[in-house]
Each structure stands twice: as structure tokens, then as C-alpha cells.
Design a protein around this ligand. Structure first.
Ligand SMILES: NC(=O)c1ccc[n+]([C@@H]2O[C@H](COP(=O)([O-])OP(=O)(O)OC[C@H]3O[C@@H](n4cnc5c(N)ncnc54)[C@H](O)[C@@H]3O)[C@@H](O)[C@H]2O)c1
Length: 462
């Protein structure tokens, strides 16, 4: 924990702040005081009990600071697996609900974990903020840019702590590599690259006819804001991310982690231009997100890039072998050399620097720092960072404010891909333009910044 404010002090304070911000009566916002024998425990709930939700639930329980009051899923089979985890670890069974609004309504719940598919983050997150709860929301925080802005505003309005699940920020070796770049040791950085490769050819998700949803599952609620369509397993648990109705393809799913470290390290908040090429070129499945993509970003001047820099994202689901390094990574190219990062290491290659000098950071060509096991440790540390912020009321390491910058950059690549041209971005106006001078709004691109919400599942007005 970052300081020694007691749980009771924090609840008293944050309850008042949220109440004032929301303009509602204090009584309506005052939560039950924690029981004396559990004064340092957080009462939490999980919304979305799939693969990641259950993984995160374990992290929260592992901290020893949380009691689990409820788990929520539209599919009882996944909810039951979460219940078993809780019973195995903590002994007491949580309440099981299908409708997340029942979680929001429970006054005793302090924190919610949101690990639904991307199209179902915004509404629960915003309503949880309004109800005075802090939120750990999985990445990418939003299905589209306007949703992300509304979520960021809800967190600010109700003064809630919102951590997004870009846990790479909690990896010590990535923090060290970031410091290396920020200290100017790479020289002037002109280009950064992120990449994710895999080979799912020829069939990708495969082929399966439409059918019936699993018994007991509330498929209509699962669809939520997305268009109504017959049930198909390829669009259901886990593989929904390859359809724009629910997810945002690889650039928002995986690259959001990588893009986040590039922008955090370089200290930039928005690209000035984005151009993406690609499509569904090889796999025979019916995904509508690309299986091949190249996005090129232009970023403005930054501390280590006085005249700006170029960032590329390269994605293939059709050919998994890179010439060097692994199947994903982040590279920074500077006048002194190159820095390569993954979740397991970072390494340097000197370029025109006197790396023989004893004090040179490039002294050993191919300098490498291993960080095996960093991924699992960082998931837990990311949760601990969130809980510390909940107490201190200081922003967490991956606050929604910061994540918003990254997720916008990811979504813009999809916008450019869909309109088939380079777009210029005005982050203040949250608008795309067709020209660098930002004179002519790009109506077609701007129409893609939000989505159409199915009736009854509109974004809540909070
Ligand atoms: N941080 C990471 O490294 C990481 C890794 C994987 C996934 N994720 C993110 O976690 C989230 C979940 O991904 P996943 O792979 O676990 O997906 P998943 O499909 O396995 O799980 C999602 C769960 O949410 C449930 N759900 C859907 N709509 C709901 C609703 N309205 N109310 C309650 N439950 C609902 C589904 O039934 C399912 O059980 C996504 O946003 C994903 O991007 C993050």
C-alpha cells in the first residue's frame, strides 16, 4: 500500500467526494462500514467470468485483501467456474448473478473487475463509477473512441480510481527500459515498431453453422449493444475479438499492450496521422477484422524525438516466423542504437557509439536483460498497484486517462483501414481530418469513431 490510510478513513473520504461530485445525497453514497474483523478487506465483484476474468479474480484473491461478494456472467457455466475458484480459495461462495446491474446496485461492493468482451466494458464501468465503485477494467477499455471518452469522463466526474489491464506497465524490466530511453541513452529516436505474428492458416477460426446458444446462457444480453444475429460459436467466448461488432481485431487486442509502452516511453499522447493497410487476405474463416495489417503512425515532437517520430505496427495471422526475435515485440531505434523489448527481456544493439568505453551503456554488444516469469508477476503487481491507488486516491499506473491515449491510437488504425486512406487526428476536438492542416473534417472517418447501439443497450447517461 502506498500509505497507511485505513480502509475506514478511505471509505469515509471517497464516499463524500463521490457524493458531492454526483450531486446526490450523501446517504445514498455511504457504503456499509466494513466489519471489524475485516477492516482491511475490499469487497469485490467480477463481471465477466471468462478466461481473463477468472485469471484476474485469482490475482485479487492472491493479494489476501479481497473478499468476493458476487460474480456475474450471462453464461452460468463460466460463472460456476468462478464460484468454484472462490470457494476453493476463500471458502465462502459469492452471489451469482446474470445481470451486472445487480452488482452495481449492491452497496457493500467497493470494487468491480470488468472482464467482459470489449463491447461490454463501457456500460458496467460507467454505472459502477456513478455508484461510487472503483473499477479494474480489462483492456482495451472501450469498443470505440467515443465510448472511451465517455468512460474517461465518467471516472473523472465521480472521482473513481480506474485501472486498465495493460499490465506490461507493471513489469520492472519494462520500466527500466523506459528509463533507459527517457534518459536519452538511445540518442534521438526516429522510429519505433511493434509487431505480432502468428500463423492460423488456412482456416483460422474454422467453419461452423449457426446454432443454439448453450443452455441457460442469456445470448441476447451477451450481444448487448451489438446487432442481433443468430448464435454462432465462432463469435462467442474468446473468439468474439476477431469481429468488429464486439472487438477490434489484433491492433486493439494485443497491440494495445505494445502501443501503450511505446507511447508511455516516448511521452506522447496522440498521433498526428495514421495510415493502415491490410485486410482479410488469407484465412478462410468469416472474421471481419484483418488477418494482415500494417499501420503507420506519425507522432509529434517528444523529448527524445525533437521533430517527431514514425511508429509502425505489423500484424500477420498468416505467417508466424519473424527473421529475428520472437513473435511479438517493441523496438526503439535511436541514433546510438536499438532497444528491443518483450515481456521476457530487453536488449540493446549499439549503432555508431563507442561501446568499448567502460561507461557506455552499449558496452556489451547485444546487452540483454532477462525477465523470465515477468508476465504472471506483473498481472499480480498490476492488481496490487490498483488496490494501493484505491486507498491513496492517487492515479494507478495504467489509469483510464492514460489508457485512453493508447486505445485511441489503436482504434484509429482500424478507422484508417476501413476508410482506406491516411487520416489526420485532432485529439482535442476528437475528430479526423483529410488534411495535415486540419481544415477539412473527414466525415466518413468521423462516422466510425462511435457505434450504433442496439435499442435498449445505449451508453448510459451518467
Ligand atoms: N490483460 C490481458 O493481458 C488480457 C488477456 C486476455 C483478455 N483480456 C481482456 O479481457 C476481456 C475478456 O476477455 P476473455 O478472453 O476473458 O473473453 P471471454 O469470452 O473468455 O470471457 C468474457 C466473459 O464475459 C461474459 N459476458 C459477456 N457479456 C456479459 C455481460 N453483459 N455481463 C456479464 N458477463 C458477460 C461472457 O459470457 C464470458 O464469460 C477482454 O476485454 C479482453 O480483451 C486481457
Amino acid at each position: 500500500m502506498r500509505n497507511r490510510v485505513t480502509r475506514r478513513q478511505f471509505l469515509d473520504h471517497s464516499g463524500k467526494v463521490a457524493a458531492l461530485a454526483a450531486g446526490v445525497s450523501l446517504a445514498a453514497r455511504t457504503r456499509r462500514a466494513p466489519a471489524a474483523d475485516a477492516a482491511d478487506k475490499f469487497t469485490i465483484a467480477l463481471i465477466g467470468c471468462g478466461g481473463m476474468g477468472r485469471y484476474k479474480l485469482n490475482n485479487f484473491m492472491e493479494t489476501g485483501q479481497c473478499r468476493v461478494a458476487a460474480v456475474c456472467d450471462v453464461d452460468p457455466a463460466n460463472a460456476e467456474m468462478a464460484v468454484k475458484q472462490v470457494v476453493d480459495k476463500l471458502g465462502a461462495a459469492p452471489e451469482v448473478v446474470k445481470d451486472y446491474r445487480k452488482v452495481i446496485d449492491r452497496k457493500d461492493i467497493d470494487l468491480v473487475i470488468i472482464a467482459t468482451p470489449d463491447h461490454w466494458h463501457a456500460a458496467p464501468m460507467m454505472l459502477a463509477c456513478q455508484a461510487g465503485k472503483d473499477v479494474y477494467c480489462e483492456k482495451p477499455c472501450c469498443h470505440n473512441i467515443l465510448e472511451g471518452r465517455a468512460m474517461k469522463e465518467a471516472a473523472a466526474r465521480y472521482k473513481r480510481i480506474v485501472q486498465v489491464g495493460t499490465h506490461q506497465r507493471s513489469m520492472p524490466h519494462i520500466q527500466a527500459a523506459r528509463e533507459f530511453v527517457q534518459a536519452g541513452k538511445l540518442g534521438v529516436v526516429s522510429m519505433t515498431n511493434t509487431y505480432t505474428y502468428g500463423n492460423n492458416a488456412p482456416d483460422g477460426l474454422g467453419h461452423e453453422p449457426d446454432g443454439d446458444p448453450p443452455a441457460g446462457a442469456d445470448y441476447d444480453m451477451w450481444l448487448g449493444p451489438a446487432p442481433k444475429r443468430p448464435f454462432n460459436r465462432r463469435r462467442w467466448h474468446s473468439s468474439w475479438r476477431w469481429y468488429f461488432d464486439y472487438g477490434c481485431g489484433m491492433v486493439g487486442d494485443w497491440n494495445v499492450h505494445l502501443q501503450d509502452i511505446i507511447m508511455w516511453t516516448m511521452g506522447v499522447t496522440a498521433p498526428v496521422a495514421v495510415s493502415a493497410s491490410g485486410g482479410h487476405l488469407v484465412l478462410t474463416d468469416d472474421r471481419d477484422t484483418p488477418d494482415v495489417m500494417q499501420a503507420v503512425y506519425e507522432f509529434p515532437a517528444a523529448a527524445q524525438a525533437p521533430k517527431g517520430f514514425v511508429q509502425t505496427y505489423t500484424m500477420r495471422k498468416t505467417s508466424g516466423k519473424p527473421w529475428s526475435a520472437g513473435g511479438y515485440g517493441m523496438d526503439f531505434h535511436g541514433t546510438n542504437g536499438m532497444l528491443h523489448m518483450t515481456r521476457g527481456d530487453w536488449k540493446l544493439e549499439a549503432d555508431r557509439v563507442d561501446w568499448e568505453k567502460p561507461d557506455s551503456p552499449f558496452r556489451t554488444e547485444g546487452f540483454e536483460r532477462r525477465a523470465d516469469g515477468a508476465d504472471g508477476a506483473a498481472h499480480l503487481d498490476h492488481v496490487k498497484d490498483f488496490l494501493a491507488s484505491v486507498v491513496s486516491r492517487k492515479p494507478p499506473i495504467a489509469s483510464i486517462d492514460q489508457h485512453y491515449h493508447t486505445v485511441v491510437a489503436c482504434h484509429l488504425a482500424n478507422v484508417s483501414l476501413k476508410v482506406g486512406r491516411k487520416i489526420f487526428w485532432d485529439a482535442d476536438k476528437v475528430m479526423c481530418f483529410t488534411d495535415r492542416e486540419l481544415r477539412t473534417p473527414d466525415a466518413q472517418a468521423n462516422a466510425l469513431l462511435g457505434r450504433e447501439y442496439r435499442k435498449g443497450y445505449e451508453l448510459p447517461a451518467v
